[in-house]
Design a protein around this ligand. Structure first.
Ligand code: NAD
Length: 504
């Protein structure tokens, strides 16, 4: 039988196979190239300068050399990052297990697969996103051509937190490299194994001169903040966000702040309660609630609340059985300080589900609190743990008023099939994102900007937004020089005639 194009099926198969072999050979060659570069990088990193100021100066020198501006360099960096995530997935998963007790498959999905997918998406679209964009030239300004030219900012600082220690270091790194910057990356000291893995692996796979990892805690971050950067990208809590912004203000350095907040979930009886409970139990317990876009608390009416508690009991049991403590799928709080803080929050209401804890084991059972007053401690701060307060309100208006009374959250959620309710939430509330009938999936849609508003942050990234945040959009206008009509009439000496022409 002939296929379109007149080839027989076996012939097409042979062709397909040889194309496959060619591609695999190309991939192997790419890997070999990366490996040999890796070894050179590792060798040269032994003679590296050590002070924070030296690192920044060296990164700036590399930027000034111009090599990071080439599209080919940027694409190569992203490809190398993807190779690193593929080849080193095992040891990165072990680092996550060590630092956060996170099961390897959880670590793989949240910190490895998601980053690799984002990198490939950005890499494939980079040519299009970095091409000059022509804009209309008004007749009165012409003849000429106006365009927007994206250029890298220079040397940027990325400060990452501990809760998704690889994801939140590497996602901004993708944007920074894609835009052609050199980078100083500061991972969180609270996840030391992940920090060490980044410091070890990134220079082996990426251009070690252009991407520099500075490990350490407050002291090192403070030293970094004393240096001059072209942009600072910070992910973490609001208090440190203010420190970063104050430091940046001294040198008028632009900042992106990816902060947190109390993300509310509205649940009403138009949506199947059991399904809503399944989503909420999963969202609240994933990474032990230590997710910036985790559902923080539920707003619902008094008739729905008890049904939701019952449904949550079943959902949690389905996820972790009767003893979450001994279930390897259930991770732990990052350290004893945060565990003690969470234990304190259990006093803020009546424990309807869970409530067990073990400070030494950094364990908090999945917990639901009811009878929670709006001004109780658990409602005053971001929970960042597996404790879910259910706040009852008379109606949607009261729920909207409760959301508006606090700072703008990073995420807002609603389980409702009522289009009127959905429209009210879109119109009457503000947050980094609003997701309806699901939780946290907004993160996986690369064309949606990810970021906060007000106290939950400033600026956003992911996909093309990441390239934009790390680029300067430069206006370029080239005027044709064969007409000087505008120049003639728009400058003194004004005559009656030229004034008339101008006014017209
Ligand atoms: P963290 O303690 O790891 O801090 C983040 C970074 O700030 C670290 O690199 C740390 O070394 C540095 N740092 C800490 N104290 C400092 C100081 N006094 N001066 C200078 N630098 C300092 O992480 P965290 O802040 O506890 O993370 C949790 C918070 O981050 C939550 O509020 C969460 O919602 C938010 N978060 C937001 C996002 C987002 O994408 N918007 C993602 C994850 C976490």
């Amino acid at each position: 039988m002939l296929l379109s194009g007149g080839r027989s099926r076996p012939a097409a198969r042979v062709e397909q196979r040889s194309r496959y072999l060619l591609n695999s050979r190309r991939t192997v060659r790419n890997h070999q190239r990366i490996r040999s570069r890796t070894m050179t990088a590792a060798a040269s990193s032994t003679q590296r300068p050590v002070s924070v100021a030296d690192e920044v100066r060296a990164a700036r020198r590399v930027f000034d050399s111009g090599k990071t501006r080439a599209l080919s360099w940027r694409v190569e960096q992203l490809r190398a990052l993807e190779t690193m995530l593929t080849e080193r997935s095992g040891e990165l998963e072990q680092a996550l297990l060590h630092d956060l007790g996170r099961k390897p498959i959880d670590g793989y999905i949240a910190d490895i697969y998601s980053v690799r997918t984002e990198s490939a998406y950005v890499r494939k679209n980079l040519g299009k996103w970095t091409r000059d964009r022509r804009v209309r030239t008004p007749l009165s300004m012409g003849p000429g051509r106006a365009r927007v030219h994206r250029q890298p900012l220079g040397t940027v600082l990325i400060i990452a937190p501990w809760n998704y220690p690889l994801h939140l270091a590497l996602m901004p790194l993708i944007g920074a490299l894609a835009a052609g910057n050199t980078v100083v990356l500061k991972p969180s000291e609270l996840t030391p194994r992940c920090s060490a893995a980044l410091a070890d692996l990134l220079p082996r796979y990426l251009d070690a001169d252009a991407v520099r990892v500075v490990e350490g805690g407050v002291e090192e971050t403070t030293a970094l903040l004393n240096e001059k950067f072209d942009h600072i990208f910070f992910t973490g809590n609001e208090t440190v966000g203010k420190i970063v912004m104050a430091a940046a203000a001294k040198t008028l350095t632009p900042v992106t702040l990816e902060l947190g907040g109390k993300s509310p979930v509205w649940v009403d009886d138009t949506f199947p309660i059991e399904k809503a409970a399944d989503w909420i139990a999963w969202g609240k317990c994933t990474n032990n609630g230590q997710t910036c876009v985790a559902p923080d608390y539920v707003l619902t009416t008094p008739d729905v609340a008890p049904r939701l508690v019952d449904a949550l009991r079943d959902s949690i049991r389905r996820l972790y059985g009767d003893d979450p403590k001994s279930n390897p799928d259930y991770s732990r709080i990052v350290n004893e300080r945060h565990t003690a803080r969470l234990i304190g929050l259990l006093e803020s209401g009546t424990v309807a589900l869970g409530g067990a804890h073990d400070l030494g084991d950094k364990y908090i059972e999945p917990t639901v609190l009811v009878d929670v007053a709006a001004d109780s401690p658990v409602m005053r701060e971001e929970i960042f743990g597996p404790i879910l307060p259910i706040v009852t309100v008379e109606n949607l208006d009261e729920a909207v008023a409760t959301i508006r009374a606090g700072s703008h959250p990073l995420a807002a959620y609603a389980f409702t099939t009522s289009e009127a309710v959905q429209a009210t939430l879109v119109r009457e509330t503000s947050s980094g994102s609003l997701t309806i009938n699901a939780l946290m999936l907004q993160l996986g849609i690369p064309d949606l900007p990810f970021g906060g508003v007000g106290a939950s942050g400033m600026g956003s990234y992911h996909g093309e937004h990441s390239v934009r945040v790390f680029s300067h959009e430069r206006s370029i206008f080239r005027r044709g020089n064969f007409s000087d009509f505008l120049l003639r009439i728009a400058r003194p000496p004004f005559t009656e005639r030229s004034e008339k022409q101008l006014r017209r």
